[in-house]
Design a binder for this molecule. Structure first.
Ligand code: HEM
Length: 88
């Protein structure tokens, strides 16, 4: 796990999403680059959780479909961002 005390969306999470992925899922109304979408508290933060579950493969198909899948460090960082309170 990366040694980051407070995980920031802009600094740590947003750069993990390549532009082609952002553009690919945008038509499905999944807004990976938008903090307001990703941190939306509605339904127990379901936007971020749905993204996380698709990245881990908990929901199929595992994302990104064309691979490579995120590394454990990257997945942990996303998880820590959620656990840390979805900081901007
Ligand atoms: C980091 C990158 C990506 C993330 C976080 C992501 C996330 C997601 C999420 C959250 C869903 C909705 C799943 C659901 O609610 O059931 C989804 C669906 C989908 N994504 Fe991705 N995606 C990524 C990249 C890609 C790429 C690169 C492709 C294709 C090359 C792709 C193809 C699809 C397709 C086809 C679906 C619809 C699957 C279905 O309905 O069965 N995604 N994605």
């Amino acid at each position: 796990m990366k040694n980051v005390s407070v995980v920031s969306f802009a600094r740590n999470i947003r750069p993990l999403f390549r532009d082609e992925y952002i553009n690919y899922v945008k038509p499905m109304n999944i807004l990976l680059d938008q903090y307001t979408y990703m941190s939306n508290a509605a339904n127990n933060h379901q936007n971020a959780k749905r993204v996380y579950d698709s990245l881990t493969g908990k929901t199929k198909p595992r994302m990104p479909i064309d691979r490579p899948y995120w590394t454990k460090d990257e997945l942990d960082l996303f998880k820590n961002w959620m656990n840390g309170g979805y900081k901007p």
